[in-house]
Design a protein around this ligand. Sequence first.
Ligand code: SDX
Length: 428
Amino acid sequence: MTVSAAITVSDKTVEMPVKAGTIGPSVVDIAKLYAQTGMFTYDPGFTSTASCESKITYIDGDEGVLLYRGYPIEQLAEHGDFLETCYLLLYGELPTPAQKADFDYRVTRHTMVHEQMMRFFQGFRRDAHPMAVMVASVGALSAFYHDSTDISDPHQRMVASMRMIAKMPTLAAMAFKYSIGQPFVYPQNSLDYSSNFLRMCFAVPCEEYKPNPILARALDRIFTLHADHEQNASTSTVRLAGSSGANPFACVAAGIACLWGPAHGGANEAALHMLEEIGTVDRIPEYVARAKDKNDPFRLMGFGHRVYKNYDPRAKIMQKTTHEVLGELGIKDDPLLQVAMELERIALSDPYFVEKKLYPNIDFYSGITLKAMGFPTSMFTVLFALARTVGWIAQWSEMIEDPGQRIGRPRQLYTGEPQRDYVSITQR
Ligand code: SDX
């Protein structure tokens, strides 16, 4: 049955085809709207606009559901590991034991970066924000790996993808070490992905370092939670950059830049600063009042979401992981956790947040966990970028492999000056 949507403009009615997906909202295909009506649609925040067709991730914001290739995030976080999720997002199916072993082997053997990247890092001030270092160093990878920048070659696309997934932890750890004046630590092939990252961050040459397996497992789960999230701002940035034919390293660097913003991935850093500023439970009402005050730009960081109008399923798993990590580290009554949990309790019973369907998102609890693990606040969004790299790469690959792919080029509603003639400066 062909379904269509009728759009009447002035005295003319045009029919636009309606396309249905596997699950979730159908779409009205408006590609021919301008040709048939001379009008554009207008949706600046893309609240009602699908930018693409995708098979990778599905979110039901009303029900608080997140599926990676159809598998619920709760099951993947519970039963799998991050590299298994990477394989699933990239190839569409859970790996067999042999496929998993081969994937782990290939990622592990791409973790070193070109030795001259060390000199690249030396150009930064020690107090440079690690996200600035990540934007620059990931973009710079395209200057080192010319043999994997031809996006028309499927083999080169695969090599570039593996390199980025493998090297992000190394670059992130280097950004951290550089910021604290400690020597870089090379990856260790005998360690799993997340244990390797912990060692590159926290080992020092003066003594043996053995990653805590509980913390490594928790961090691995945190990476899984952050791996992909359909067409969020940074993924849309990567897709738009990739639509021009830019190489994947440059596209991911653009995604990192977008993720940095406090409304997006930077919210985990902002949320922890907010909890520290609130400081004690008795000061929560003052901040909740500010968040509700239209004249006050303050917002509860880590709260609210464009898509989730229910509890972010990742936040629930994140909260459980927070308790697990604090328990493993013997941290009792962490003041930040006390403030966070009381703030959540108050906000979730406040009519303002209930009516606007504002719930904690993934960034609300992640900062407490990462701080407890020993990461400085400035590294929180770097870890988000590390994990999201596989999502960006999977979405970028899906776009590049789409035979109908074209450069993304939105139009606008022009409200500037009508045409007017130049006036000589002597006449002004
Ligand atoms: C991520 O898109 C993704 O999938 C992102 C992400 C991913 O995995 O990629 O999930 C990761 O970015 C999570 C979101 C992290 N950001 C924050 O926690 C920052 C705080 N949250 C907000 O700034 C806000 O909720 C957004 C940016 C997340 C969503 O913004 P929207 O969808 O544009 O919503 P909005 O700004 O239009 O807000 C709707 C209403 C407004 O009130 P009214 O104008 O309707 O009266 O809700 C209010 C807002 O003032 N509101 C908040 C609020 N968030 C929204 N009020 C107080 N505190 C908040 N946090």
